[in-house]
Design a protein around this ligand. Structure first.
Ligand code: SF4
Length: 369
């Protein structure tokens, strides 16, 4: 795995993992299925708790264990009895799958539970998350269990701005989760991340000051203010209109380029210094000089061509390029002067391609005229 994709230095996430496990040891809720996790009790718990609040599911879990203490007993029951016991939980396909799965395990596997996440996935009603949860918690398999809580915690921890319901966002979370997972205590680690999501890194009111990961988190509310924006979902996110000005500041044959911060849109790519109109405002007639320059430092040469739209996953950018000229004595407070030739070799956002293409066209026109 490439270190770069992690966004957090390895030594930091190792320390974060240590703190997370310590935190879990002290702060976990005393839930009965954690006391002596067996495959049967954990499997029942995972199926019952899908789309169910713990307070509600707890009673059903106890009832099932009382009515059918093991998988053979559950397999020997009638489907009607199982559905009856399930009444009030909703999503009855879960109960039907539970009964079918019990019969499969009892009759076709001689009462033996699967011993790996891969095998668990062949059991009716068991998806990748449930399979990983059971295999890691009960059987010590080193496999990351990724549910909604984990998606939220890890996307915030890494500052993943891509939608988590699309491969680009989801892959980052899965890759990091596998790498981050404790080889010694994979089940405890999985439970700890889920517990953090359920009790601290909650959807609307994350308690970052109480979080064991706040030092390394890329969305920690106090430092970044990003928490309410992450995770994003492609299906639900309203497209936001953003008006962006790129300041193309030139001096002789050189142009001022700066590298964008690692976190956020176009992280680590190079661009002309840019600014976003605040509060959703549209472009004003002419921009002020770029940050760090005074009016007297540069002369404005107006907009380059027309504004154009560039669509990101949940933002519609209206981009314009504003040309400025100055002399080389001006030292940029960030970025550096580069020849046009060297600037073109840098990794740039696709939104800037348009400018480059226009520029090349105009240069070839000028040369041929
Ligand atoms: S610091 Fe805040 S946003 Fe980051 S993982 Fe912890 S609770 Fe979530």
């Amino acid at each position: 795995m490439q270190e770069k994709s992690l966004r957090i230095p390895k030594k930091d996430w190792i320390e974060g993992r240590r703190r997370l496990l310590e935190w879990f040891d002290v702060h976990q809720r005393p839930l009965p299925w954690r006391e002596n996790p067996t495959p049967y009790a954990t499997w029942l718990c995972e199926i019952i708790m899908q789309q169910t609040r713990i307070e509600q599911g707890l009673r059903y879990w106890y009832d099932f264990l009382t009515l059918w203490p093991d998988v053979d007993a559950l397999a020997a029951s009638s489907l009607d009895d199982v559905l009856k016991a399930w009444q009030g939980l909703g999503y009855y396909s879960r109960a039907r799958n539970l009964h079918r799965a019990a019969q499969l395990i009892a009759h076709e596997r001689d009462g033996q539970f699967p011993t790996s996440a891969k095998e668990w996935k062949n059991i009716p009603g068991v998806g990748p998350y449930t399979a990983a949860a059971i295999a890691s918690i009960c059987q010590g398999e080193c496999v990351a269990a990724i549910d909604g809580n984990v998606l939220r915690v890890i996307s915030r921890l890494l500052g993943v701005q891509e939608p988590i319901d699309r491969p680009a966002g989801r892959n980052q979370i899965e890759t990091f989760s596998e790498e981050w997972l404790s080889e010694i205590k994979p089940g405890t680690h999985n439970e700890a991340v889920m517990e953090l999501g359920a009790t601290v890194c909650t959807p609307r009111a994350p308690q970052c000051p109480a979080c064991p990961l706040s030092d390394i988190c890329r969305s920690d509310q106090a430092n970044t203010g990003l928490t309410p924006l992450i995770p994003t979902k492609a299906g639900k996110v309203k497209v936001q209109d953003v008006h962006l000005t790129f300041h193309v500041v030139t001096s002789g044959q050189n142009v001022w380029m700066r590298q964008r911060p690692e976190n956020g849109v176009w992280g680590g790519l190079w661009e002309f210094p840019s600014h976003v109109e605040q509060d959703g405002k549209k472009h004003t007639t002419a921009p002020l000089p770029p940050k760090g320059m005074e009016e007297g430092d540069v002369s404005s040469h107006g907009a380059w061509g027309h504004s154009f739209e560039h669509i990101l996953s949940h933002r519609r950018l209206t981009c314009r390029f504003w040309i400025w000229k100055t002399d080389m004595n001006f030292k940029p407070f960030e970025g550096r002067w580069l020849s046009w030739k060297d600037a073109k070799k840098l990794a740039i956002p696709r939104a800037l391609d348009r400018f480059w293409l226009d520029l090349e066209k105009s240069q070839s026109t000028n040369m041929s005229s």
